[in-house]
Design a protein around this ligand. Sequence first.
Ligand SMILES: NC(=O)c1ccc[n+]([C@@H]2O[C@H](COP(=O)([O-])OP(=O)(O)OC[C@H]3O[C@@H](n4cnc5c(N)ncnc54)[C@H](OP(=O)(O)O)[C@@H]3O)[C@@H](O)[C@H]2O)c1
Length: 304
Amino acid sequence: MHRILITGSNGLLGQKLVELLQVNSSVELLATSTGDNRISQKEGYSYQSLDITDREAVLAMCKAFRPTAIINTAAITLVDLCETEQELCQRVNVTAVGYLLEAAIAEQAHLIQVSTDFVFNGQEGPYRETDTPDPLSIYSTSKYDAECLLTNSEYANWSIARTMIIYGIGENMSRSNIVLWARNALRDMQDMNVVGDQFRSPTLAEDLADGCWRLVDRNARGIYHLSGPETMSILDMVFKIAAHYGFSTEKVKEIDTASLGQPAARPPRTGFILDKARKDLDYSPRTLEQGLELLEKQSPIGTA
Ligand SMILES: NC(=O)c1ccc[n+]([C@@H]2O[C@H](COP(=O)([O-])OP(=O)(O)OC[C@H]3O[C@@H](n4cnc5c(N)ncnc54)[C@H](OP(=O)(O)O)[C@@H]3O)[C@@H](O)[C@H]2O)c1
């Protein structure tokens, strides 16, 4: 029997983990996030409010629940916000991971830390787990520093799940994602400026949740790359979404990253090599086309 504690359960990945694990009879699940539970389906798990930056609360909750695994999905994920809110970014993305590691050690639990392709500088993607990180922004550095807390620890029962461009449909989300934005903007024939010089592997949130569960279930340790199977430019992603729905791309204008003038630097070309996850976890993520088919079943474009 697994006793799994999820942090950030109101987020997109958190919600998909709850959806997956609440029906798993081998899992006793405690979902936690800041504030109230924003997931409407409340059966098959319990929920408690937890701010991971509160060390005493983290340690007390873990002591009471005695998790065998902790999956940390909570983070400040708005990359540009981290440039201006550096203290907040450090507190949530790094310091709090130290508290979760402390709690994991106390309970001898498996700690799964979700990380990002942004730990790389994007000069030589696609990347393997063994490639050398070189983070370019405050957010990226915070996620890499959190990784280092685990990799430099004497405690060995951890895994790092690196991912990128997570998409999917959640409830009452505090942020959107690129695929939902694009399908709505294309449907509404809005003017769209889309970068053609950033390459990524879009990741269906359900597949990432499944990958995290496989890490727990197989007690896989170390770093794992868990993304979608195809690497493409953001512009091609938008074209594929348009083609899927038969929408016009007349209003889509290609731009380059430099012209956006975003506060945080982005790695130009990432993408992951998934061999390790495929071999160790039988991880088999869906293509963007297959992901769009699932989204269409969950929420037809007319109603999104
Ligand atoms: N989204 C991506 O494309 C992407 C790419 C690469 C890596 N990642 C990583 O993947 C993970 C999950 O991403 P996601 O897209 O699911 O993120 P998300 O939707 O932004 O969810 C993050 C959740 O963490 C919660 N949170 C923030 N501060 C917290 C705190 N102090 N204590 C407890 N919960 C807190 C947020 O609460 P509120 O809802 O109240 O804000 C939110 O529900 C993150 O670690 C992220 O760094 C994401």
